[in-house]
Design a protein around this ligand. Structure first.
Ligand SMILES: Nc1ncnc2c1ncn2[C@@H]1O[C@H](COP(=O)(O)OP(=O)(O)OP(=O)(O)O)[C@@H](O)[C@H]1O
Ligand SMILES: [Mg+2]
Length: 331
C-alpha cells in the first residue's frame, strides 16, 4: 500500500511519496507540451531518434510528436517558439479537453501505474474563483477518473488546505494560507482543522509574465524564465526586473483587496479569532526576495478582518501542496 500526494498546477506538477527513511520524496514536472511537425518521412525518423536519445517523454499523434514536461519548454525555446499548457487558471476545461492526453502522460510519468487497489492518491484542486465564472467540477471529476484508470483510489483536496496540513500542524491547524501560483491565487481560512472559507482569485504569476511582456514587447516565456532565475522585488536591478516588480505589486494589491472584500462579505462564516493567527504564503511566486515584506506592507493599508500574528513563507513553497496532499492520504 502506498499513499501519495499530487499537486496538479498550471505551471508545475509535483508528486510526493514517502521515502524509505520516512521522509517525503518529491518529483516535479513542468506542466507543458510542445508539438513537433516533421517536414518529411526522413525528418520524422530523425526527430524520433533525437527525442529518444534525450530521454524526452512524448506522444505520437499521427505524423506529429507531442513532447511533454520540461523538455517541451526547452525544445520550444530552442526553436524560438512557445510551449503550450494543458491547464489554464488551474483547471482543464471541457473546451480544452484536447490537451488531456498530454496532462495524463505527465501524471503517469510522475506517479506510475498501481496494481494495488489500496494505493491512494490525494490530488489538489483550486477553489472556485470570486472574479471568474468557471467552475472546478469538470476538472475535479476528470482528474479523479484518470487516477482511477491508473489504478489509484483517489480524492480531491483544496490546494490552500493542503498548505495548511503541510505548514500549520504545530499551530493546531489554525490560520490563513495563501497560495500564489501561475494561474491562480488560492486562499483558505482554517480554524482548528476546519477549512471554513476557501476561494481563489484569477491573478498570479501568468498575469505578471503577460503584463511585463506586453509592456516591454518581449515574450512572456522569457519573462517567466528571468523571474524564476531569481528576483528581488524591493530592489530590482534590470529593466525587466523593474517591470516584474511593478506587476508583482499589482498582483499583491489586487489579490489582497479582493480577499479582504470577500472575507468582509463572508464575516458570518468566520469564527471570532480570540488570538492572533499565522498567515502562510506559498506557491512559486512567493519565492521572490521581498515577497512577504511586500504582503505585509500592502496588508498594512487594508482592513483585514482576521488578527494576524506573523506572515511567513512555507518551508518549501514549491512542494508544500504536494506534501499536504500526501499527509492527507495518510489520515
Ligand atoms: N524562484 C522563483 N522566483 C519567482 N517566481 C517563481 C520562482 N519559481 C517559480 N516562480 C513562478 O511561480 C509561478 C508558479 O508557481 P507554482 O509552481 O506554485 O504554480 P502552479 O501550482 O503550477 O500553478 P497554479 O497553482 O496557479 O495552478 C510561475 O509564475 C513561476 O514563474
Ligand atoms: Mg498551485
Amino acid at each position: 500500500m502506498s499513499n501519495k500526494g499530487l499537486d496538479i498546477g498550471t505551471n508545475m506538477l509535483v508528486a510526493a511519496s514517502v521515502g524509505k527513511d520516512g521522509a517525503p520524496v518529491f518529483k516535479m514536472q513542468r506542466d507543458a507540451f510542445y508539438k513537433i511537425v516533421p517536414k518529411s518521412e526522413v525528418n520524422k525518423n530523425s526527430i524520433k531518434m533525437s527525442l529518444e536519445k534525450r530521454g524526452a517523454n512524448f506522444l505520437v499523434d499521427g505524423d506529429n510528436f507531442i513532447v511533454v514536461g520540461e523538455d517541451a519548454l526547452e525544445i520550444a525555446i530552442e526553436r524560438n517558439d512557445v510551449a503550450k499548457r494543458p491547464l489554464k487558471k488551474g483547471i482543464i476545461s471541457p473546451r480544452e479537453k484536447d490537451s488531456l492526453p498530454m496532462l495524463k502522460l505527465i501524471i503517469k510519468t510522475l506517479l506510475g501505474d498501481s496494481d494495488d487497489a489500496s494505493d491512494k492518491v490525494v490530488y489538489s484542486v483550486p477553489a472556485r474563483p470570486v472574479d471568474g465564472d468557471f467552475d472546478i467540477i469538470y476538472h475535479t471529476e476528470i482528474m479523479g477518473r484518470y487516477l482511477k484508470e491508473l489504478g489509484y483510489d483517489s480524492f480531491p483536496l483544496n490546494e490552500g488546505f493542503a498548505i495548511a496540513l503541510s505548514e500549520l500542524l504545530d499551530e493546531g491547524l489554525t490560520g490563513v494560507c495563501l497560495s500564489y501560483g501561475a494561474g491562480m491565487t488560492n486562499i483558505v481560512v482554517v480554524h482548528e482543522g476546519d477549512p471554513l472559507v476557501e476561494f481563489s482569485v484569477t491573478r498570479s504569476g501568468d498575469y505578471i509574465d503577460q503584463s511585463v511582456g506586453t509592456a516591454l514587447d518581449i515574450s512572456p516565456s522569457l519573462v517567466q524564465l528571468e523571474k524564476e532565475a531569481g528576483v528581488d522585488i524591493l530592489e530590482p536591478t534590470t529593466k525587466i526586473m523593474e517591470a516584474v516588480s511593478v506587476y508583482y505589486a499589482a498582483v499583491i494589491n489586487y489579490t489582497l483587496s479582493n480577499i479582504v472584500y470577500e472575507l468582509n462579505n463572508r464575516k458570518k462564516e468566520l469564527p471570532i479569532f480570540k488570538t492572533e493567527v499565522p498567515m502562510i504564503v506559498s506557491g512559486g511566486l512567493s519565492l521572490a526576495k521581498g515577497f512577504t515584506d511586500k504582503i505585509k506592507e500592502s496588508l498594512g493599508h487594508m482592513d483585514f478582518p482576521i488578527p494576524i500574528k506573523e506572515i511567513r513563507r512555507a518551508k518549501d513553497p514549491l512542494t508544500s501542496v504536494a506534501n499536504g496532499c500526501m499527509l492527507a492520504a495518510q489520515l
